[in-house]
Design a protein around this ligand. Structure first.
Ligand code: XMP
Length: 319
């Protein structure tokens, strides 16, 4: 598609002109926007771009490895992976309230990101995958915290503190245009058409207090759901599909043994813009396979339930 190619050529020129010989830092989340921004900037300035990926311990199973493989091995981007999972878990210990959890995760992210910058050579620019709708939203809504919901990778007051200039090469694009640019740059379907994933990650999908053990159970269950959604191609048809760890124990039976263990909720929704959503009517045989596999393959799960709530009044996430 020639318009996308033209756009890329133009953007590459602009980035080179703006950046000169300086270093650019980008916080890579693995989501569509930061991924496309990274690929585009990398095309323009190569090794002058350093990407930082923070492993907060709240990622889906295999997420970090996938990022390392794609950006490090395939694109040869200068990628720094910071394993901060222990720090996040320590700070989240004993915290049950969802907004409190979000705040801790967001603040810790900024702390870790800022600290990682000190190990990278002097940078002049901080790149972000800001899109046109984000630009409008932040102008229109100003300081409304709701507008900041998705902003945890838009690292607060950090650019000023670190004396970094913002580089936002996608700020004139809508989501579909960003996907086209990503595809043209060779990003795989897994990235270009990735489902949205909240900044606080599994932190808001383990209800109440987060522990390593609960996270491990959720990751295994969620990986099974993900695999079934992808092999049946349902993954690409829905808005989001994920598991939620319910801190509730229920009785089950394994052989002749009573098994008293956790409950996993399956949430699959359709939506246009996340403002409203409806639960997806997945085929019964698929639901059966998901449920059977989770109860059979994941230790400490005795029961799987399906969330059949629409938004509103429910939200997509459980916290
Ligand atoms: P809700 O649960 O409000 O979610 O219906 C709407 C969309 O936003 C995502 N979401 C978040 N994204 N940080 C994020 O970056 C958050 O704290 C957060 N909470 C919800 C959610 O996954 C859905 O796509």
């Amino acid at each position: 598609d020639w318009t996308t190619k033209d756009y890329i050529d133009h953007a590459v020129e602009e980035i080179r002109k703006t950046v000169g010989k300086s270093r650019v830092i980008l916080g890579l989340s693995g989501g569509v926007d930061s991924s496309v921004a990274a690929a585009l900037i990398h095309k323009a300035i190569g090794k002058q771009l350093t990407c930082v990926f923070v492993d907060n311990g709240l990622l889906r199973k295999g997420e970090r490895e996938a990022v390392e493989k794609l950006y490090g091995d395939h694109f040869h981007i200068d990628l720094r992976v910071v394993d901060a999972s222990k720090l996040f878990l320590r700070r989240l210990k004993g915290v049950e309230e969802p907004e409190q959890k979000r705040k801790i995760i967001g603040n810790t992210f900024v702390n870790v990101f800022e600290k990682s910058l000190k190990t990278i050579g002097h940078a002049k620019f901080l790149a972000q995958g800001t899109l046109y709708p984000d630009v409008i939203e932040s102008v229109a809504i100003g300081n409304n915290p709701a507008a900041l919901i998705k902003s945890h990778h838009n690292v607060g007051g950090l650019p000023e503190r670190m004396k970094l200039k913002l580089l936002e090469p996608l700020r004139e694009l809508f989501k579909d245009e960003v996907r086209a640019v990503g595809a043209e740059l060779g990003l795989p379907r897994e990235v270009v058409w990735r489902q949205p994933f909240p900044g606080p990650g599994l932190g808001v999908r383990v209800l109440g207090e987060i522990t390593k053990a609960k996270l491990d159970v959720l990751k295994e269950a969620d990986a099974i759901l993900m695999e079934e959604m992808k092999t049946t191609e349902w993954y690409w048809k829905v808005w989001q599909s994920f598991c939620v760890f319910l801190p509730v124990k229920s009785v089950g039976v394994i052989g002749d043994e009573r098994n008293y263990s956790w409950v996993i909720a399956v949430r699959v929704v359709e939506s246009i813009d996340a403002m409203t959503a409806d639960w997806t009517r997945l085929p019964y045989d698929l639901l059966q396979r998901i449920s059977n596999r989770i109860t059979n393959e994941v230790r400490d799960v005795s029961r799987v339930v399906l969330d059949i709530s629409s938004k509103p009044p429910a939200t997509i996430e459980w916290e």
